[in-house]
Design a protein around this ligand. Structure first.
Ligand SMILES: [Zn+2]
Length: 308
């Protein structure tokens, strides 16, 4: 197809989108940046992964901000406005975003579930037993599948740049494999007796599976009812029995319950792990690959008593 015709068609479809969206004056169709489709993700980790695939051709934004609690998030009217002119929304699926089904109905923007095709782990305990554990991105091997889904979604959105998306995807998948190999080698070097990962939320099941760690947590998924006395007592028992040297908590929740475990057991507080959110750009984990490296380092340092 000759270029001017293609551009004309693109302009016409942009105009159509504006009309369908109720002539929103903030539509992506107007202005210099207008030619890039706007893609929203439900949280910051997905935004970073999507940017690695989209490169210069897609404008990716996260709906939730850095540090937000993403499971029980309540979308604001501003979120609805921001989503109105988005071409696509990427969500994790697996019940991660309990707010999402309603939200996406309100904004009527197409969405793609990026976890489609991963081997899902079920939650083992509490009221969530038997439900999928949503934190599939904590295995870089799963994120290679996320990348395939994002490449397919972007190629449909902007077929002219399908080759670039595929090339970006392959390059990023190679980086994911490198990080996976490295963290597996590092974590599997831990002595058998020290391979216990104790955290606030059960967010590390996929990483623990990859790396041969046993996983314990106070509550399975962030929710309103967190850290009952029974849940805390159970973890205290486990930490004592297995003589776990250090315990951890995630960045998006209060570490108070885990401090109780520390006080009761004498285990060290190993620090704050990142799962459901990246940090700000000047923080320790501005990207998803940083998140994986940072968490692995912290876990090894905690479990080996900082002898690294
Ligand atoms: Zn979570």
């Amino acid at each position: 197809m000759p270029k001017p015709l293609r551009i004309q068609l693109a302009l016409w479809s942009a105009l159509l989108v504006v009309l369908l969206a109720g002539c929103s004056p903030t539509s992506a169709g107007a202005g210099g940046q207008g030619s890039k489709p706007k893609v929203l993700t439900t949280f910051t980790v997905l935004a970073d992964i999507a940017r690695n695939v989209g490169g210069q051709y897609v404008a990716v934004e996260s709906l939730t901000k850095v540090g937000a609690e993403i499971h029980g998030y309540e979308p604001t009217p501003g979120d609805v406005r921001r989503a109105a002119d988005a071409a696509l929304i990427l969500d994790n699926g697996l019940n991660l975003e309990s707010w999402f089904a309603q939200f996406v109905e309100r904004v009527e923007v197409p969405h793609v579930v990026v976890s489609d095709g991963v081997e899902v782990m079920d939650i083992a305990s509490d009221a969530y037993a038997g439900k999928p554990n949503p934190h599939a991105w904590m295995s870089p091997l799963n994120v290679k599948i996320y990348v395939d889904n994002i490449v397919a979604a972007f190629s449909q959105l902007d077929p002219d740049h399908a080759e670039a998306f595929a090339a970006n995807g392959r390059a990023y998948q190679a980086q994911l494999q490198t990080v996976h190999d490295k963290l597996l080698a590092e974590l599997s070097a831990l002595p058998e007796a020290k391979r216990a990962l104790v955290t606030c939320e059960g967010a590390f099941s996929y990483l623990a599976r990859d790396a041969g760690l046993t996983e314990r947590y106070i509550w399975p998924v962030n929710a309103e009812q967190q850290a009952t006395p029974q849940q805390i007592a159970a973890v205290i028992d486990d930490v004592r029995t297995a003589q776990v040297p250090a315990v951890f908590c995630e960045s998006t929740v209060s570490d108070k319950p885990m401090r109780q475990v520390v006080a009761a057991t004498g285990a060290a507080f190993g620090g704050v792990l990142y799962v459901d959110s990246l940090s700000e750009a000047d923080g320790p984990v501005p990207t998803y690959l940083d998140l994986l490296r940072y968490d692995t380092d912290l876990i090894i340092k905690g479990l080996t008593g900082g002898e690294q």
